[in-house]
Design a protein around this ligand. Structure first.
Ligand SMILES: [Cu+2]
Length: 125
């Protein structure tokens, strides 16, 4: 009986830690897939126009990111990266530092204020 309770508590710990990982803020509202060692994450980034697209994508011209494409219409970004070189969290921080709200972080206010008038999108609530 003691062994059984150890097994049950181990299972409980495993499932609860798996649950905790799934609900990390940086991973909420993010779809990821891995192919040939490259992770691709898709998530929402608030923004308006093609100038926003340039700014958002420029914030991801960093080591480890192999591709970044923000869609003006759907406001979804698709980022491909090498998980050993950069984390999803860092990617989302870079976008926020450029002034853009995203699923995990609110955009930096000073950077937002410096954006072109047409780029001052309606902020995430
Ligand atoms: Cu814009």
């Amino acid at each position: 009986m003691k062994i059984l309770s150890i097994i049950i508590s181990t299972l409980f710990l495993l499932t609860s830690s798996a649950y905790a990982q799934k609900t990390k803020p940086s991973e909420q509202g993010v779809k990821t897939s891995i192919e040939n060692g490259i992770t691709t994450a898709t998530f929402k980034v608030w923004g308006n126009c093609s100038m926003c697209k340039k700014t958002i994508e420029k914030s991801l011209k960093v080591e480890g990111v192999t591709k970044a494409n923000w869609n003006v219409d759907s406001k979804m970004i698709s980022v491909s990266y090498q998980a050993g070189k950069i984390t999803l969290d860092q990617i989302q921080k870079n976008i926020a530092a450029a002034g853009y709200d995203n699923v995990a972080y609110k955009g930096n206010d000073k950077a937002y204020d410096k954006l072109h008038e047409c780029c001052q999108y309606e902020r995430k609530k």
